[in-house]
Design a protein around this ligand. Structure first.
Ligand SMILES: C[S@@+](CC[C@H](N)C(=O)[O-])C[C@H]1O[C@@H](n2cnc3c(N)ncnc32)[C@H](O)[C@@H]1O
Length: 295
């Protein structure tokens, strides 16, 4: 089911063509890492049996599936994402688990969402890519019933996410930062790191009771050093620099970048599962006060 008949935005096309294969390749790293942030907080959010919940930018749907087990039997969960490939995986997993109160729909949250249907909206690292975040956040508020709650998890400062920061610094030693010209995923993973700016955006979208809680977790960045390098070269700020440098990223430069990353990840904490690095996120909670003064 497609929620909007209009043509996909350039960012939605980019997610579907360029990023989807990269994310799918590293699903075993991404899903396990990102779920560490939600598994801690899901039981504390006040999501209860019988509620209707929307998961925005649900990806492979593991969090939506987890929530469906909380709201069962009378509640339901809808996961929305702009990438059909991720949603096929989500539908397949839900079916395998015989879960029938979770539904996965393709849509662009920036354009439209179902209105006034949900008691709770959640998003795990799914709100940082909007080109017009206030419009998208407003769509999210309008998806809620009056008094409904919205909690999203977004990355904090890049400087508190050393694997990302260092990989980016290494890439920038050899390649220019040219984000204005290249295609990209939208504003990017750290676009909601600044508490003041994000608060202002959420207030403009009409949310109240906005609160931020810092959450730090170590996540696996690769099962070994070579995979950590490939992951950094593919996804996130370093991956974007390399992708956009395109023909300017000669074989020699790529080798030098990989060698520096090898030294860096070689000294990182590791166990039998892989390489672990600290990451830092905000858990941002808020309320939809209603629609009386909405324009
Ligand atoms: C970093 S991934 C997080 C996925 C998932 N929430 C998780 O934690 O595993 C960001 C997700 O947002 C989706 N996304 C990006 N922009 C979107 C938009 N405008 N509307 C709907 N989904 C979007 C992407 O397709 C992707 O699945």
């Amino acid at each position: 089911m497609q929620l909007d008949e209009n043509e996909d935005s350039e960012f939605v096309k980019f997610w579907n063509t360029v990023l989807e294969p990269k994310f799918t390749r590293f699903r075993h790293i991404l899903e396990g890492g990102l779920s560490r942030y939600s598994s801690n907080i899901l039981p504390t959010l006040g999501i209860k049996g019988g509620m209707s919940v929307l998961d925005v930018g649900c990806g492979w749907g593991d969090m939506a599936i987890d929530i469906s087990k909380i709201v069962v039997p009378k509640g339901l969960v809808v996961g929305i994402d702009c990438v059909e490939e991720f949603l096929s995986v989500a539908r397949r997993d839900a079916k395998k688990m015989e879960i029938d109160n979770v539904f996965f729909l393709q849509g662009d949250a920036e354009k439209s969402l179902p209105e006034r249907e949900f008691d709770y909206v959640v998003a795990r690292f799914g709100t940082m890519f909007f080109t017009n975040p206030v419009a998208a956040l407003r769509n999210i508020r309008f998806a809620l019933k009056p008094g409904g709650q919205f909690t999203h998890i977004v990355w904090r400062n890049r400087s508190d996410c050393p694997a990302v920061e260092e990989a980016r610094n290494i890439a920038l030693k050899y390649l220019p930062y040219s984000s204005k010209e290249g295609e990209n995923c939208g504003p990017g993973p750290f676009s909601m790191a600044n508490q003041d700016i994000t608060t202002a955006m959420m207030k403009s979208a009409g949310f109240t009771n906005i609160s931020f809680e810092r959450m730090d977790e170590k996540i696996m960045v690769g099962s070994d050093v070579e995979e950590a390098i490939e992951f950094a070269l593919s996804i996130g700020p370093a991956g974007e620099i390399i992708r956009e440098a395109n023909e300017h990223c000669s074989k020699e430069k790529r080798t030098k970048i990989k060698n520096e990353m090898r030294s860096y990840f070689g000294t990182a904490e590791h166990d039998t599962k892989g390489i672990w690095m600290p990451m830092s996120a905000w858990v941002i909670s808020s309320t939809n006060p209603g629609f009386e003064n909405a324009s």
